[in-house]
Design a protein around this ligand. Structure first.
Ligand SMILES: [Fe+2]
Length: 517
């Protein structure tokens, strides 16, 4: 106020405590060449860059349930049963038996191209983009823009990147010169089969790239907050049936949900939990990897699901559970994975508060007369290791230990598995089910047995942890689990806290096996 600067209290909450307001004021005045009165989010992005807010992690606080753990007797009046949660399934894949042929694959990619083109063409710089066949009529050095699907990416002998892109009318080479550092680094992270926008100058049968565009999330995506306080909690990768399942800690988690575990603060939060998301690998399954037999406590797939049902029935009925399959579950491996089998996972269909969806799926929660609710994108995450290994910036940042960056990368591509080969999939002539066409409020996944919480353009990104310690198969694949951590999302504040249900004896076991706690 002394300097005549106004800043909203909401923005103040978002900024880091050490944000240098005076320095920012001076930079902004210089850059915009005008006297400054109001600091808002757009102005900060304008002065400090689009990505400024992406680098500020969502506020997290670890609540360690062991610190003040206490078991109490459940009070039947404990939960307010007059407030019912709302769950609406927006997108869940329904399998239709049909023969798949080459034409199905062609239609699959045509459909993907069309959806992505519509997203990209809304960008001002791409509004004049032309079809590839029309490039042959352009003069050399003429400025052009095109939208295409990446067929190939090569490094030339001079160290530049040569992309081959295609649209329904033709194919063109695109050269990204290494001297253009910013776009060169973006090009290094491009994978085959993603849809991109390119603008540049025409050469002889080649386009010299000046800018690259990805479908991405719009900057103005709204941060929704619910009018009342309620919580959604997220878990995954329970792997019922494996010897390494940490049942004691999982039971502590259920006891907490029932209001029978934790201190007053923990119990107060539990009372407001209305939604529990479980993002796949419910059971360990059978025949998933060679030698798995040795790791199994329950060797029968039906019994593994019976065990899961037994635990899920302990969860209070006032909590809506939303559940999808992962690659260990007894549904087909190819994505989209359909809902659980009614025969093998029979018990699930008898639990009144269990909502079963496909993988991936979009579920809307907590809507009311005056509030549209939150759209939650659930995806188990089978494609993630491919990007951790094959995208240089992700590999260099820590690979499979940086689920937050992998999830952000896929949001920028608006696809859960853009590269053919990053997952097994069934082409669907009705549309590509792994496209992120509806922008979610929360994107949740699992698979990597890590816990990460972050924020990208007002989308909360959560990779839920697991309930197993490291198996021999995990060790082979370089997976170091971080078990029994539960992210809890306050729907009113959008703040995420992480509850830790890991017992001390498991911590000792973990440190013996994998050298970390
Ligand atoms: Fe998995």
């Amino acid at each position: 106020m002394e300097k005549g600067i106004l800043i909203s209290s909401e923005l103040l909450e978002k900024l880091p405590q050490d944000f240098d307001h005076l320095n920012f004021f001076n930079q902004a005045t210089k850059k915009l060449n005008s006297k400054l009165f109001v600091i808002n989010e757009n102005l900060i992005k304008e002065v400090l860059g689009d990505k400024y807010f992406d680098n500020i992690p969502t506020e997290q606080e670890i609540i360690n349930s062991d610190d003040t753990a206490s078991i109490i007797v459940s009070d039947k009046q404990y939960f307010n049963k007059t407030v019912y949660p709302s769950v609406k399934i927006i997108k869940s894949y329904n399998e239709e038996e049909q023969k798949r042929d080459v034409q199905c694959f062609v239609n699959h990619f045509k459909n993907r191209y069309e959806v992505m083109r519509k997203i990209l063409i809304s960008r001002q710089d791409l509004q004049e983009s032309v079809s590839i066949i029309r490039l042959s009529r352009k003069n050399e050095r003429e400025k052009v823009s095109v939208i295409g699907i990446v067929l190939d990416k090569q490094e030339t002998k001079n160290g530049n990147i040569k992309l081959t892109i295609e649209d329904p009318t033709g194919v063109i080479m695109v050269l990204v010169n290494k001297t253009k550092e910013e776009i060169f680094n973006l090009a290094k992270d491009i994978v085959n089969d993603e849809v991109i926008g390119v603008s540049g100058a025409m050469g002889k049968n080649i386009l010299f790239c000046n800018s690259l565009y990805f479908p991405d999330i719009p900057l103005n995506h709204e941060l929704k907050k619910s009018p009342d306080e309620a919580y959604a909690v997220f878990i995954s990768d329970i792997h019922f049936g494996i010897k390494n399942f940490i049942s004691t800690d999982f039971l502590k988690f259920i006891a907490w949900l029932k209001g029978e575990f934790g201190n007053e603060i923990h119990r107060e939060i539990a009372r407001k939990v209305k939604y529990l998301f479980i993002t796949g690998d419910i059971v360990e399954g059978i025949g998933i990897y060679p030698g798995q037999e040795e790791d199994l406590e329950i060797k029968d797939i039906y019994e593994q699901y019976e065990e899961a049902t037994k635990y899920f029935k302990m969860i209070p009925e006032n909590i809506q559970i939303i559940i999808c399959a992962g690659n260990h579950d007894a549904v087909r491996m190819s994505e989209p994975q359909p809902k659980f089998d009614k025969h093998i996972s029979k018990g699930f269909y008898e639990i009144p508060n269990l909502n079963i969806v496909s993988n991936p799926a979009i579920v809307n929660i907590h809507s009311s007369e005056n509030f549209p609710g939150f759209n939650i994108l659930m995806y188990h995450g089978f494609s993630f290791p491919y990007y951790a290994d094959n995208v240089p910036s992700l590999r260099n940042a820590g690979g499979i230990f940086r689920c937050d960056l992998i999830m952000k990368y896929l949001l920028q591509k608006r696809h859960l598995a853009p590269a053919h080969g990053s997952n097994q999939y069934i082409p669907d002539p009705r549309g590509d089910n792994l496209i992120i066409d509806l922008i979610p409020d929360v994107f949740v996944s699992g698979h990597l047995h890590q816990i990460t919480v972050s924020n990208y353009r007002n989308i909360t990104l959560i990779n839920s942890a697991c309930w197993v310690v490291q198996s021999a198969d995990n060790a082979k694949r370089g997976i170091v689990p971080n078990p029994a951590k539960v992210p809890i999302l306050n729907l009113k504040t959008r703040q995420v806290k992480i509850m830790n249900f890991l017992s001390d004896d498991v911590k000792v076991l973990l440190s013996e096996r994998i050298g970390v706690i």
